[in-house]
Design a protein around this ligand. Structure first.
Ligand code: AHG
Ligand code: MN
Ligand code: MN
Ligand code: MN
Length: 321
């Protein structure tokens, strides 16, 4: 039985002992969040908090509970210089002198699914603090510089998936020991299909190339018949794409011409995992991991999946990625 913390420290001794504290902070927070989700109806964390976050979204109670769990469990850890959350406008600095790592996260992904008991998740991205120590520049590094990308999907079982640049590994929360135990060695995304995943309600407002692309998938243009699956929790739609193959798309829409999903704590960590598993992640044209962030909450069109579907997407939307 190998736990998540053991696996990372063994595979990456270069990250140093204090990185272990970051990992145990992440797993502690995810276990707190998981406990709240499992008993949501009893612990009263359903429904809206009555506040709005910096995204202009009505915060759900569980968004706030999950954010508090991440802040408490990581903020007190040696090694953490700053935390950046979807739910907070600005970064929260901690060990501003000694901290070597920045943790950027979406504490609760899929908020619209909480009250209907559908899979939700937590997404995290870790950057090294730059030698010159500046927090802003350390936070706004491009995705290729990530130390780690990972997520927890709270579903029938609670599964943690991560990459630190040498493959993708999956762990299942073992209720008996309370540990995330290695259950997926070296995860590889299938070369193609059988699912495409997109919110088709926005189809008429996508750019032409995306409309033609999805029509091509529907009409056998890639040589296989597809099924459409859209859960509405990015982590769950991504996890299925990682395991079964196919493509997830959140194209530009009229309402969100720059895309809806956030670069730093949704697209980058999942793009890192996708590439490490043999897949691809682009805006439709440009590689996600090479986007130079300008603002911590900036959005991006996000397309991720198997090579076959992603190469066809580039051709359809004229990409150079
Ligand atoms: P979050 O709950 O962290 O704000 O993220 C919600 C995101 C993502 O989980 C999902 O893929 C997307 O919103 C769904 O958006 P639509 O409802 O517009 O399809
Ligand atoms: Mn949100
Ligand atoms: Mn999210
Ligand atoms: Mn969220």
């Amino acid at each position: 039985m190998i736990t998540f913390e053991e696996h990372v420290v063994r595979q990456h001794p270069e990250l140093g002992a204090e990185f272990g504290w970051v990992l145990s902070g992440l797993t502690l927070a995810s276990k707190k969040i998981e406990a709240q989700i499992r008993s949501a109806g009893l612990s009263g964390v359903y429904g809206a908090q009555g506040s709005e976050n910096v995204q202009g979204e009505a915060q759900q109670k569980l968004d706030v509970v999950a954010n508090d769990a991440m802040m408490e469990s990581l903020g007190s850890r040696a090694g953490v210089a700053a935390l950046v959350s979807e739910e907070d406008e600005a970064p929260v600095a901690f060990d501003a002198d000694g901290g070597k790592y920045i943790v950027i996260f979406d504490p609760l992904d899929g908020s619209s699914n909480i009250d209907v008991n559908v899979n939700v998740g937590t997404i995290f991205s870790v950057h090294r603090r730059l030698a010159d120590g500046s927090l802003d520049a350390s936070i706004l590094q491009e995705g290729t510089k990530q130390v780690m990308g990972g997520y927890v999907v709270y579903g029938p079982s609670t599964v943690l998936v991560y990459t630190a640049g040498d493959g993708v590994y999956g762990f299942t929360l073992d209720a008996a020991s309370g540990a995330f135990v290695l259950t997926n060695e070296a995860m590889v995304m299938p070369e193609q299909g059988p699912y495409y995943s997109v919110n088709e309600a926005n189809a008429v407002t996508w750019p032409e190339g995306f409309q033609a692309y999805v029509e091509m998938l529907r009409t056998g243009g890639l040589g296989i018949a597809y099924s459409s699956r859209y859960i509405g929790s990015l982590v769950a739609d991504f996890h299925r794409t990682l395991l079964k193959g196919g493509v997830f798309l959140y194209p530009p829409t009229k309402k969100q011409p720059g895309g809806k999903l956030r670069l730093l704590y949704e697209a980058n960590p999942l793009a890192f995992i996708a590439e490490q598993a043999g897949g691809m992640a682009t805006t439709g044209t440009d590689r996600i991991l090479e986007i130079q962030p300008g603002k911590i909450h900036q959005r991006t069109p996000f397309c991720v999946g198997s090579k076959r579907e992603m190469e066809a997407l580039q051709a359809a939307v004229g990409g150079k990625a």
